[in-house]
Design a binder for this molecule. Structure first.
Ligand code: MN
Length: 254
C-alpha cells in the first residue's frame, strides 16, 4: 500500500515524523510536505510562481520531499510527480493544535486531506488539540490512532467525496476518555485584531483572537473539551441543501 503523507506545520515538524513512523508497518509512506510552516494556508494552491520540490534526508534516515508550496500543492506534487498517480490513501498531519468547528476551512492540515478526497482517495486529517503555547505536545496517542483509522479506511471505504477530520486530546493515551463520532461544531474568534504601533508611530495589526467555543452536544468541539478523540466525517459538497427550496422561492430573474 502506498500512503501519501503531508502536513501544514512543515517537513521538520515533529507531528509528521511521529505519524510517518506509526504508519510504516502498513505500507510505503511517501512524505511530501511544505519546506516551512504553512498553518492556516487553507485549501490554497500556488498558481503564479514556480514550485520547488527537494528531496530531504533526515539524520535518522527518513527521506521526504520538501516543497515550496502549500499543503494542497504538496498533495498534487506528491500524487502526480513523486508517486505518478500510484497512491492508495492520503494522511495529513499530525497537526500541532486543534482543527475544530469553523476552523476547518482555514486549516492547511484539513485541506491536505480534502485534496486527497478531490483525487478520489481515502483521506484523513489528524491533529492534536493542544492549547496554543501549551509547550510539549504528545503525539503518541494520535500517531497510533492514525494507524488504526488508516486500517479502517482501507477495510471499510467511505463513499466518494468524503474524508475524515480527526482531533486527539493532548493527553497520554491512558487519560483519553474514548472516541466520539462527531459533527462539525462552532468555534469562533473574538477580539480578533490586536493593534500595535511601529517605532514611527504608525499602527500595525496582529490577527489573533480569543477562542469562543459553543460546545453543543455531539460536536468535535464538545468531544475535545471532554477529553475524547473526535472523528468527524466531512463531505466536499458544501451545498446547504435545506436552503435550496427557500432560494427557489425568491424567483430570481435575469
Ligand atoms: Mn498547523
Amino acid at each position: 500500500m502506498q500512503i501519501l503523507l503531508t502536513n501544514d506545520d512543515g517537513i521538520h515538524a515533529p507531528g509528521i515524523h511521529a505519524v510517518y513512523h506509526a504508519l510504516q508497518p502498513l505500507g510505503e509512506v511517501t512524505m511530501v510536505a511544505p519546506e516551512r510552516p504553512r498553518s492556516a494556508a487553507g485549501h490554497a494552491i500556488t498558481l503564479h510562481k514556480p514550485l520547488r520540490l527537494t528531496q530531504t534526508r533526515f539524520d535518522n534516515g527518513t527521506v521526504g520531499w520538501a516543497s515550496s508550496g502549500t499543503p494542497t500543492d504538496c498533495v498534487t506534487l506528491g500524487y502526480d510527480l513523486v508517486l505518478k498517480g500510484k497512491c492508495d490513501l492520503v494522511v495529513s498531519g499530525i497537526n500541532a493544535g486543534p482543527n475544530l468547528g469553523w476552523d476547518l476551512t482555514y486549516s492547511g492540515t484539513v485541506a491536505g486531506a480534502m485534496e486527497g478526497a478531490v483525487l478520489g482517495l481515502p483521506a484523513l486529517a489528524i491533529s492534536v488539540a493542544s492549547e496554543h503555547g501549551s509547550g510539549t505536545i504528545d503525539f503518541t496517542a494520535a500517531a497510533a490512532f492514525a494507524a488504526q483509522i488508516v486500517r479502517k479506511l482501507l477495510d471499510h471505504p467511505l463513499p466518494a467525496n468524503h474524508f475524515l477530520n480527526v482531533n486527539v486530546p493532548n493527553l497520554p493515551a491512558e487519560q483519553i476518555q474514548g472516541v466520539r463520532i462527531t459533527k462539525q461544531g462552532r468555534r469562533e474568534y473574538v477580539e480578533r485584531i490586536i493593534e500595535r504601533a511601529d517605532p514611527s508611530g504608525r499602527p500595525y495589526y496582529w490577527q489573533a483572537g480569543r477562542i469562543k467555543d459553543t460546545p453543543e452536544d455531539d460536536t468535535d468541539v464538545h468531544a475535545i473539551l471532554e477529553g475524547y478523540i473526535s472523528v468527524t466525517p466531512i463531505h466536499l459538497d458544501m451545498t446547504a441543501y435545506p436552503t435550496l427550496n427557500q432560494l427557489t422561492e425568491w424567483n430570481l430573474t435575469k
